[in-house]
Design a protein around this ligand. Structure first.
Ligand code: TXA
Ligand code: MG
Length: 332
């Protein structure tokens, strides 16, 4: 059932549903989440079951404000606090050392916890309402509201399509950011970028004075994380990334024969085949992120078997989009 997330009664009903151990489709500024009370292990288990997600892939705990950190994290390094001050509420998740009894199932028993304070007004209203309940709900665990490995949802309808009518979904409109939050691991003494997003490597360096390492630069084992698996975010069609020249050559080879192919391009292209859907990628990374997952879903709906995408520039602002595209391509 989809409720209007801008109504106070819907927000209250959603908070009570979470308190009672039920699942909720929750809008955030990044993507829609499949939410449950972080400290209710049975409710959290339902998230893993509904998504088909392995239980050792930890979930992000969403909080109403920075004060709620102390309920989940043992300590906050100085650079992490600088990132919180700069970017919360917003699309940034921090991995921090976990308090022993907090959010056990949600973190897959790891000794760290991922925390995020979303800026979406509906998410914020739900998290605040949760804190006011008796007993309060301090943290809301929410992975992206899609089946494991699939494209993340950016509208309430996407969530309803994925999980059916029984799921309570708050409609908060189309997500502004469109790709999942940037994740920074703050448990290793230096910031480590686990997942790029709208808050870029440059933004992080600017806010805390340290350029984040990539996970490849770390020698120690990083925890399992489905949002960081090589093959993820996959539409049904096979995705291939190409530069502008390769893309044009592939179209030239097809001539007028091509069909069931969707092309998401940046450079001008010549294409004679009628069965090829062309779509221009926005010039800006943020605008592309906003429409990316919806575009992949649209391509699937047109029955495309192949999706050819022009590789975006190799610059910090495009890192989040490039990452999602590379992983969609790896799934094929
Ligand atoms: O934008 C977002 O982050 C969205 C919205 C709903 O907030 N959520 C989201 O959740 O993308 P999910 O479950 O699809 O991705 C969460 C990722 C995990 O795959 C993992 O990479 C990381 O967060 N994560 C969470 N807790 C962690 C931990 N303790 N250690 C390492 N990584 C963790
Ligand atoms: Mg996900």
């Amino acid at each position: 059932m989809i409720l209007d997330g801008t109504l106070e009664a819907s927000v209250q009903a959603a908070a009570v549903a979470l308190q009672q151990g039920r699942l909720l489709g929750l809008p955030t500024e990044t993507v829609y989440g499949l939410a449950a009370d972080s400290d209710n292990d049975a409710a959290v288990a339902q998230i893993f079951a509904a998504k088909g997600r392995p239980a050792n892939h930890p979930l992000i705990v969403h909080v109403a404000d920075a004060a709620a950190i102390t309920r989940y994290a043992k300590e906050v390094p100085v650079f992490a606090q600088q990132l919180i001050d700069a970017f919360w509420p917003g699309p940034l998740t921090l991995i921090l050392p976990r308090l022993p009894h907090a959010a056990k199932a949600s973190t897959g028993g790891q000794d760290s916890v991922g925390l995020r304070c979303p800026s979406h007004p509906v998410a914020h209203a739900v998290l605040q309402a949760c804190q006011q309940l008796d007993p309060p709900v301090w943290g809301v665990s929410a992975p992206s509201a899609n089946k494991f490995g699939r494209v993340s949802p950016t509208t309430a309808e996407h969530v309803a399509t994925e999980f059916g009518e029984e799921l309570l979904v708050l409609d908060g409109g189309a997500c502004e950011v469109g790709i999942e939050s940037t994740i920074v691991d703050c448990t290793r003494g230096v910031p480590v970028l686990l997942r790029p997003g709208a808050i870029t490597r440059d933004d992080i360096a600017h806010a805390c004075g340290q350029r984040p390492l990539s996970k490849e630069e770390l020698s120690a084992n990083t925890p399992r994380a489905s949002g960081t698996l090589l093959a993820h975010y996959a539409p049904n069609a096979k995705v291939r990334l190409m530069d502008a020249r390769q893309l044009q050559s592939a179209l030239d080879i097809l001539g007028s024969e091509g069909k069931n192919i969707a092309v998401y391009h940046r450079s001008p292209l010549k294409c004679t085949a009628k069965g090829i859907a062309l779509r221009a990628m926005p010039q800006q990374a943020l605008a592309t992120a906003r429409e990316l997952f919806g575009t992949l879903r649209d391509f699937d709906e047109t029955g495309a078997q192949l999706i050819w995408i022009e590789t975006p520039p190799d610059t910090a602002d495009w890192e989040g989009v490039r990452d999602r595209l590379q992983r969609a391509a790896a799934a094929g």
